[in-house]
Design a protein around this ligand. Structure first.
Ligand code: GUN
Length: 284
């Protein structure tokens, strides 16, 4: 049986540390501020955004949720972002995706000041990750690294296999594993003999958006398995990309869904907002 990596517990612990840090900053007259913009009525996005606001409140970050209607023009959204770029009390800006179809997310992200891009989605921040000079780490991959560290799981020299090559998770996750001296292989939907490669992994990270796809015979006994998947069935029940019941019998460590990587994503957003505030106020 494997050890279950408790993302909820670690997340609470880490958030407490951030609350202390924010108290210290408050003593210096700095209150980190985060603006979250949501355009339209996507129901899951509304829940994510609400949770981001609650998390900010918990640790003492000032947050503003800006709701814009579905029919908002791209130019109006960009104008709003430009106003937030100028504000001294706002350190981080996040535009929730998906955006309505008539809005180009790349143009929108490019309009966020790189110093306030707490998602680390902009070309400049993505480029910095490539060369290991990042100020912000994208929240989900950063959350995975934090979980591994908190459980004292060594990455250096390990065979790391990333299943998934998205801009938000797969690619930056592979970069971070490599920065931590892992030997990294990236697999995706066109990979041949996927199981052959996943079975090589000491650390297997899965973000493929396919419910319970990774079975026990695709995992090396004793591997660490990190499930970034978040799939909802027709009854709204959540499942990961890993068949937890099967794989937990062969892995040494495994993250559950929910309660694994998920809670860490918002926690890392808090971290990035604190980092942004320190930078924007000249504190290190
Ligand atoms: N939608 C789902 N996850 C995210 C995220 O991490 N950032 C943003 N901006 N939108 C999202």
């Amino acid at each position: 049986m494997s050890t279950i990596i408790d993302g909820k517990k670690i997340s609470e612990m880490v958030r407490q540390e951030y609350a202390e840090e924010i108290k210290r900053l408050a003593g210096m007259g700095v209150v980190p501020g985060l603006a979250v913009i949501i355009v339209g009525d996507d129901a899951p996005s509304k829940i994510y955004v609400r949770n981001k606001g609650i998390a900010c409140q918990q640790v003492g970050i000032h947050s503003e949720i800006i709701e814009m209607p579905e029919e908002t023009e791209q130019s109006e959204l960009i104008e709003k972002i430009q106003q937030l770029n100028e504000r001294k009390d706002i350190d981080g800006i996040l535009v929730q995706v998906p955006l309505p179809k008539h809005i180009n997310p790349e143009v929108v992200v490019a309009s966020i000041s790189p110093d306030k891009d707490v998602d680390a989605f902009s070309e400049i921040n993505v480029g910095k990750i490539m060369i290991g000079r990042q100020r912000f780490l994208p929240c989900t991959p950063a959350g995975v690294i934090e979980l591994l560290k908190r459980y004292n799981i060594e990455i250096s020299g390990k065979e790391c296999v990333m299943v998934g090559r998205s801009d938000i998770v797969g690619k930056p996750m592979a970069m971070l594993l490599m920065q931590n001296d892992g030997t990294v292989t990236i697999c995706h939907s066109k990979t041949k003999n996927l199981a052959e490669i996943t079975r090589r992994a000491d650390i297997l990270v899965v973000a493929m958006k396919k419910s319970r796809y990774i079975k026990a015979d695709m995992v090396k006994p004793g591997a660490v398995v990190i499930d970034v998947g978040m799939n909802r069935d027709e009854n709204g029940k959540l499942s990961g990309d890993v068949d937890f019941d099967e794989v937990s019998k062969v892995a040494s460590y495994i993250t559950p869904v929910p309660g694994g990587v998920g809670p860490m994503t918002i926690t890392m957003l808090l971290k990035n907002t604190i980092t942004a505030a320190k930078h924007n106020h000249g504190i290190e």
